[in-house]
Design a protein around this ligand. Structure first.
Ligand code: AMP
Length: 426
């Protein structure tokens, strides 16, 4: 028989690491909720054309990395490689842009790119994303950066650097693009890079190969060619960040992999991840709505990689506090005791406490081992003979002290003790 494995470039999340992922995702989201971002969920697949137009046909994401297939209704469908295009599509479809602006949204889920798998680069990965639509106020660009920094800080991650750039807009970028193209045309580039320089010259600046970096060292920079509006927008973003006590690195060659960015672009990088150093990134995309057939609707957003954030935390040796799985562990010995134990566990859970029990016939020794392993504070041991006497044994697993408690008082006594413990916690 064939044994199946998770597809290449994917991995499973199993306990206890699965719980860490969940906590990290929640921590990345928490600052957004405090800032008025509302939850949006869109399908994991969309019409292929949405990404072709939205993300841009000249990007690696669209030209090489999409999971595209024809469905049984003869439609070309693509598993989403990123979140912004789908969210903007939903905003337009539901007319959210006709309500109060800005529309602030967050989301979280699975994304798919057919990339060459390596450490930190997967074919199925998880992101938390945020978008603010309908305003070109630079305060939103700065707000999003601050919210990401807050999330990293709350997680205890200290090694994140912020790279910041402005890519200009429809007024100033065309002249810059031409200047850059002219400059690149004079360089001894290999054929593939030359083709890219023709199609998407800004991407050449982003080429990680040292020999290309050396060649483009003297390339013209967008920072020197920004129009007045873009320059003042960028200044205000920086003022807001400085006001919030945030330090960043000016990165005049930061381009990023998606075509829709205008003005502010940024990336969050971490040194502990090897080649795939970006833990998150984003920027402004003021022309994207028109590109996918909508009205003029400025927007700014980011996506933070959950997988890479977990890797960065592991690289820094930061422990993520996970919820305690179990508070009471119940060990019934005998059939009548099992029925009583089942009810006790259900009662405790309904009252909001984490309770578990031993299943099957494990014997007292094995069951007490499971009780210890569960991390519970209290164990309840009850045999059929206890039941006949109307009692159960409640054991404090921290000091092995055992007391006999009347059956109908067990649940309340446990709840009192757990409540007292909780109140004593800092
Ligand atoms: P992007 O949409 O490319 O700007 O990606 C945003 C963030 O998602 C990145 O900074 C990464 O943290 C994460 N990410 C993107 N692609 C992958 C991938 N193939 N595997 C794991 N994480 C990824």
């Amino acid at each position: 028989m064939t044994t199946f494995r998770a597809p290449k470039g994917t991995f499973d999340l199993v306990p206890p690491r699965g719980e860490v992922f969940l906590q990290v995702r929640e921590a990345l989201v928490a600052p957004l909720r405090r800032a008025g971002y509302g939850y949006v969920e869109t399908p994991t697949f969309e019409d292929t054309a949405l990404f072709e137009r939205g993300v841009g046909g000249s990007t690696d994401v669209v030209s090489k990395e999409m999971y595209t297939f024809v469905d049984k209704g003869d439609r070309s469908i693509t598993l989403r490689p990123e979140g912004t295009a789908g969210v903007l599509r939903a905003v337009l479809e539901h007319g959210l842009h006709r309500g109060p602006l800005p529309v602030k949204l967050w989301y979280s889920g699975s994304y798919y790119r057919y990339e060459r798998p390596q450490a930190g680069r997967f074919r199925h990965f998880s992101q938390v994303g945020a978008e603010a639509l309908g305003s070109d106020d630079p305060a939103l660009d700065a707000e999003l950066i601050v919210l990401a920094v807050d999330a990293y800080r709350d997680l205890g991650l200290s090694g994140v650097r912020i790279l910041l750039n402005s890519l200009g807009d429809a007024t100033c970028r065309p002249a810059y693009r031409t200047a850059l193209k002219d400059f690149l045309a004079g360089l001894p580039l290999d054929d593939a890079t030359r083709a890219r320089a023709e199609l998407n010259p800004l991407r050449v600046l982003d080429d990680k190969r040292p020999e290309v970096q050396e060649l483009v060292a003297d390339a013209p920079l967008i920072a020197d060619m920004l129009c007045e509006d873009c320059r003042s927008h960028h200044e205000i973003v920086k003022q807001r960040l400085a006001g919030a006590g945030i330090t960043w690195i000016d990165a005049p060659r930061l381009v990023r992999g998606l075509d829709y960015y205008t003005r502010t672009t940024f990336e969050f990088q971490h040194g502990g991840l090897g080649a795939q150093s970006a833990v998150g990134g984003g920027g402004r995309y003021d022309g994207l709505s028109e590109t996918i057939g909508g009205p003029a609707l400025p927007g700014v957003g980011w996506a933070l990689g959950v997988d890479r954030t977990v890797l960065a935390l592991e690289a820094e040796g930061v422990e993520v506090a996970t919820h305690r799985e179990c508070q009471v562990y119940v060990v019934p010995m005998g059939d009548a005791a099992r029925a009583w134990a089942f009810d006790l566990v259900a009662d405790l859970r309904r009252s909001g406490w984490a309770a578990d029990q031993v299943y099957g016939d494990r014997g007292l020794k094995g069951s007490m081992k499971s009780a210890d392993r569960s991390g519970a504070t209290f164990a309840v041991v009850v045999g059929d003979r206890d039941l006949e006497h109307g009692v159960a044994q409640v054991k404090d697993l921290r000091n092995a002290e055992q007391t006999e408690v009347a059956l109908d008082a067990v649940a309340n006594q446990l709840i009192d003790m757990l409540t007292a413990l909780k109140e004593r916690q800092p």
